[in-house]
Ligand binder design. Structure first.
Ligand code: TMP
Length: 213
């Protein structure tokens, strides 16, 4: 079994969670052991930190905001990600460190060098093998997210913030084309699922017919 660490990134309302479910179903059908998790969250600590981070009633400065995401991430790496990879599983994570670089770096204006140094310490250098970036116009994404209910603390930030986040993600992808698969999130859901499955199949060296099935 080949351990593989996959992350899903993108702005609000891009359909990450939906695509993650499609991929998990394909992995299950192919009989490949996998773990699905998310950030912030994924552990009892992370779930509590998530509640704090997304609470619209709380004012949180950019630095403590980043440190809280990093705390959740450090716990997730130790409690969930590394053990699952050590078991040889495929790990699917809904957001990871690229979100901090895009939201707290490009979005909030924190220094990228500082973010990378803290992230390296928090993760012990664990980086994804493949990152699916579902790119979307933030105006459309925020409308999609609003259908889900009351906006959380991050969704309430203004459109200019979310546009910086989107550009931040695209810059990260341009800097590491070998790691990122950038897809237009406005495309048909089934087509996107197919493109993601093909890329994952290649990384797992699945036989062609299994990867396209
Ligand atoms: P989600 O709604 O996609 O689960 O993500 C929660 C929110 O947290 C979303 O608005 C993106 C934001 N976020 C950051 O700002 N920095 C981070 O490092 C992570 C993981 C998420």
């Amino acid at each position: 079994m080949t351990p593989l660490f996959l992350t899903f990134e993108g702005p609000e309302g891009a359909g990450k969670s939906t695509q993650l479910r499609h991929l998990a179903a394909r992995l299950a059908a192919a009989g490949l052991p996998h773990t699905v998790t998310r950030e912030p969250g994924g552990t009892p600590l992370g779930t509590r930190v998530r509640g704090v981070l997304l609470d619209p009633a709380l004012g949180i400065d950019p630095l403590p905001e980043f440190l809280l995401y990093s705390a959740s991430r450090a716990q997730l790496v130790r409690e969930v990600l590394r053990p699952a990879l050590a078991r040889g599983e495929v790990v699917l994570c809904d957001r990871y460190a690229d979100s901090s670089l895009a939201y707290q770096g490009a979005g909030r204006g924190l220094d990228p060098g500082f973010l990378q140094a803290v992230t390296a310490a928090a993760t012990g250098g664990l980086t994804p093998d493949l990152t699916v970036l579902l790119d979307l116009d933030p105006a459309l994404g925020l409308r999609r997210a609003a259908w889900r209910g009351q906006p959380d603390r991050l969704e309430q930030a203004d459109l200019a913030f979310h546009e910086r986040v989107r550009r931040g993600f695209l810059a990260l992808a341009a800097a590491e084309p070998g790691r990122f698969l950038v897809l237009d999130a406005a495309r048909d859901e089934a087509e996107l699922a197919e493109a993601i499955w093909r890329a994952v199949g290649e990384r797992l060296n699945l036989p062609q017919e299994q990867a396209s099935g």
